[in-house]
Write a protein that binds this ligand. Structure first.
Ligand code: PMV
Length: 323
């Protein structure tokens, strides 16, 4: 095999409403529970891949600078094995997330890489296989293969753990407002955080049981177009995840004082009749779930407290695709 054609893929980031927080298999990245997310239109990664036998090593350029990244090479090894090739690859990746947003996600990165690298290696994977492959880079990436609302079914092995889209009625009206509290790198990576929680939180078995219930309730709310229940269940599930972190040994916490301030603002708006709910991932940034008609009121209120440049509005985004 000489140099192959370059393939470029774009994948959008996703934010979980029912969180993935813990693995039952660290190597295969099999989650302890199924999860459900919304793929966003505003934030995405574009990645080009070319395999070339002349290359001595994988070459990875992220946003213009050369990076050494063993995780990426390990991921490419999976692709090479599947395609039965040995050539190293040149990867050029660009994150289209406002550079100050602190929202850059491994989800869009590995979904774009899975699509571009598998194509460049001569594989023609269907969406289910792509989702399984993206999962090996970063669990949440398996959901970014699809657009809109997406469920990652936990499965019991590599074959059965993958994502699929959730039918959402045309009038299921949803927007997400991201409030950037901090752009600092995570104090504890999601990988390390979830591992500690699985190993040490006395509440972990309750999380697994309860999250299965939350997922059922959320899917029911989607099918009934019941936005209030949808928001309530999402917010509660996020809080349970953060409570797990506080119950780990040693305990940890991603929330900052400004996260709490923003959460109180959302609660206040809600008490005033605006239907809005929050969720937070492995960091202090707050994402507000709302209907499109309420976006402006919420943006105005958050901008007053945090500054307009910290408030970013997104809607449902598309599936990963070649460009
Ligand atoms: O896929 P990872 O390793 O980046 O973990 C994602 C963890 C959360 O974002 C907190 C939850 C989720 O389901 O995306």
């Amino acid at each position: 095999m000489n140099a192959t054609t370059t393939y470029t893929a774009r994948a959008h980031t996703n934010i979980a409403l029912i969180k993935y927080w813990g693995k039952k298999d660290e190597k295969l990245i099999l989650p302890m529970n199924s999860s459900l997310s919304l793929t966003l239109d505003r934030f995405y990664t574009e990645t080009s891949v070319m395999f070339d036998e002349q290359l001595e090593d994988d070459l990875f350029l992220l946003d213009g600078s050369k990076e050494k990244n063993d995780k990426i090479s390990n991921f490419l090894e999976i692709v090479r094995q599947k395609a039965n090739i040995t050539a190293k690859a040149k990867i050029i990746s660009k994150n289209h997330v406002p550079s100050t947003a602190g929202l850059a996600s491994s989800a869009s990165a590995y979904a774009a890489l899975a699509l571009a690298a598998s194509k460049a290696a001569g594989l023609n994977l269907d969406k289910k296989e792509l989702s399984r492959l993206a999962r090996r880079g970063s669990g949440s990436a398996c959901r970014s293969i699809y657009g809109g609302l997406v469920e990652w079914q936990e499965g019991i092995d590599d074959q059965t753990s993958f994502a699929h889209p959730i039918e959402m009625s045309r009038d299921f009206d949803i927007a997400m407002i991201a409030l950037v509290i901090s752009t600092d790198f995570k104090k504890i990576s999601s990988r390390a955080g979830m591992k500690r929680v699985v190993e040490t939180s006395p509440y972990y078995p309750a999380w697994v049981q309860n999250t299965a219930k939350d997922l059922r309730k959320l899917k029911q709310a989607i099918s009934k177009n019941d936005f209030e229940t949808f928001g309530e269940v999402s917010e509660e599930n996020a809080m349970k995840m953060h409570a797990l972190n506080m119950s780990a040994h040693p305990h940890f916490n991603y929330l900052e004082p400004d996260s709490i301030k923003a959460m109180k603002i959302v609660e206040k708006l809600r008490s005033q009749g605006v239907s809005c709910y929050y969720t937070l991932d492995a960091g202090p940034n707050v994402k507000v779930i709302c209907r499109r008609k309420d976006v402006q009121a919420i943006v105005d209120r958050l901008s007053d407290s945090f500054g307009q440049e910290k408030v970013l509005v997104a809607g449902p985004g598309p599936a990963a695709h070649l460009i």
